[in-house]
Design a protein around this ligand. Structure first.
Ligand SMILES: Cc1cc2nc3c(=O)[nH]c(=O)nc-3n(C[C@H](O)[C@H](O)[C@H](O)COP(=O)(O)OP(=O)(O)OC[C@H]3O[C@@H](n4cnc5c(N)ncnc54)[C@H](O)[C@@H]3O)c2cc1C
Length: 462
């Protein structure tokens, strides 16, 4: 962007949002420091205060063919919020109110810039729960969660963000405000347009508000850590918990043994609640309505699993501190950085293929980087594994490891992105998970809604 066109755009934007609604130069690029992953080289950032201002900003950009990158909490992990010098950043940070909670209707309405953590706390204040939960809860926003269709820790029980959004207000590329703020669970009147904006990573519109689904608070919560001898035992424990607990299972996470061992030994600060050295570990969480009976039932199911040799050892958390200590082992995902710079992956695949797939990835990483360089854990019950490879992060290593991790997924019907999205990072691998016809249809939708291609250009596909 030339200095002249920046100054012209700046003047037009100032007329819409005022001086305090604009950031320029270094104060925009400093945003890169907030980005969990990626870069911001943009010259201008606009922060509208309401939907009308978003609409006027986009109408202006549409008329000028000005590319726009939307920013939420900047916790995305696939370079989806990267902004080049020629792009305008549109930040939702000034649109962060929680507008209403309807306890009887079990809904909460929030602006897109509201932090996930604030939505959770507001629901709790009203005796309800907003069940989406992830480690970045106090930075990530409702708009970002919608645009990435965030998953997290309780997908098994409550689904991904898509299952928790009832209505959306979004602004299209030309400034059209699409208000689709449905509050009912059922509404089959024509196309469900909100789905277009869920998981499309800011490429089809700017989400400005949402009606979210709340659920009742449960009375019991149990968290367990189990050690298991084989992958088949993990699958069997999942089945025993799911069928034996009458639908109370809310999370089931698998940890390959070397990840548990690494995260429970120095320099990690997590104490090992169970001794190290098992082949696999599982963390599971249940949510129910009767604390005493639920605990007794869980103990019975675990006792049977121990007797059958499915589980070699198990512990149940007896306090919130113990519960957190168990989850911290799972969430200490950056520990392998002490070995070498990291590459991280978020893939999906059928449970029946997981054992062989992970063995194949581990063997290939071992061959070029040495022993114990790949670490696997994740939301196994959702078919979602996270893989951390500590073998360097230079371009050549990245290309090699991406091939190792992504290439086998096509043959088994897996996905290169389970929950983080495609952004810029995984764009080259989209054809491994989507057919040519699917990608062509995505392009048709993109052209229909954003004919000049101004929204998040180059993200998801080029
Ligand atoms: C520690 C940590 C743990 C995480 N755990 C999980 C996890 O368990 N599960 C999971 O799914 N993700 C996880 N993430 C990834 C991340 O938190 C999610 O992708 C989150 O939903 C992004 O929200 P955000 O507001 O930070 O979005 P941003 O990073 O700001 O943006 C993400 C994408 O959405 C677009 N966007 C943002 N707001 C809007 C809007 N209002 N309208 C249109 N487009 C918009 C952006 O352009 C970009 O493409 C984790 C991240 C971290 C750092």
């Amino acid at each position: 962007m030339s200095a002249e066109s920046i100054s012209e755009l700046r003047g037009d934007l100032r007329a819409i949002v005022g001086e305090q609604g604009l950031l320029t130069g270094d104060s925009v690029r400093e945003r890169a420091g907030l980005l969990f992953h990626g870069r911001v080289d943009a010259e201008l950032l606009v922060r509208p205060r309401d939907t009308n201002q978003v609409s006027r900003v986009l109408a202006l950009c549409h008329a000028r063919g000005q590319p726009v990158v939307t920013h939420g909490g900047l916790t995305g992990l696939v370079n989806g919020a990267d902004a080049a010098r020629s792009e305008l950043v549109l930040s939702l940070e000034s649109m962060n109110s929680i507008e209403r909670v309807d306890v009887a209707g079990r809904t909460l309405r929030a602006q897109a810039g509201a932090k996930l953590g604030n939505v959770q706390r507001e629901a709790e204040k009203n005796g309800m729960v907003f069940p989406l939960d992830l480690g970045a809860r106090d930075s990530a926003t409702v708009g970002g969660n919608i645009s990435t269709n965030a998953g997290g820790l309780r997908v098994l029980r409550y689904g991904m963000m898509r299952n928790l959004v009832l209505g959306i207000e979004a602004v299209l590329a030309d400034g059209t405000v699409l208000t689709s703020m449905n509050r009912m669970l059922k509404n089959n009147a024509g196309y469900d347009l909100k789905q277009l904006f869920i998981g499309s990573e800011g490429t089809l519109g700017v989400v400005t508000r949402a009606e979210l689904r709340l659920v009742s608070r449960t009375r019991s919560q149990e968290t367990l850590l189990a050690a298991l001898p084989t992958f088949d035992a993990l699958v069997e424990l999942l089945d025993r918990l799911d069928s034996g607990l009458g639908g109370q299972l809310a999370a089931f996470e698998a940890l390959w043994g070397n990840y548990y061992d690494l995260n429970t030994a120095a320099p990690a600060s997590n104490a090992p609640p169970l001794s190290r050295g098992a082949a696999f570990y599982a963390i599971a969480e249940t949510l129910g309505g009767d604390p005493e009976a639920d605990r007794a039932r869980l103990e019975a199911v675990l006792g049977e699993a121990m007797e059958a040799g499915v589980v070699s050892d198990v512990t149940l958390a007896n306090s919130e501190t113990e519960r957190r200590a168990i989850w911290n082992i799972r969430e200490d995902v950056w520990q392998p950085r002490h070995i070498a710079p990291l590459l991280t992956f978020d893939v999906s695949l059928p449970i029946e293929n997981m054992k062989a797939y992970v063995e194949q990835v581990n063997a290939a990483v071992h061959e070029f980087a040495g022993e114990n360089r790949s670490f696997v854990f994740g939301h196994m019950a959702d078919g979602n594994l996270h893989i951390v490879v500590a073998a360097g992060d230079d371009a050549a290593t990245r290309a090699r490891v991406e091939e190792i991790v992504y290439r086998p997924l096509a043959a088994i019907g897996g996905s290169v992105s389970a929950e983080h999205g495609i952004g810029l990072e995984k764009r080259a691998y989209l054809p491994l998970s989507r057919s040519a016809e699917e990608i062509a249809t995505m392009r048709t939708i993109k052209r229909a809604l954003d004919p000049k291609g101004i929204l998040n250009p180059g993200k998801v596909f080029s």
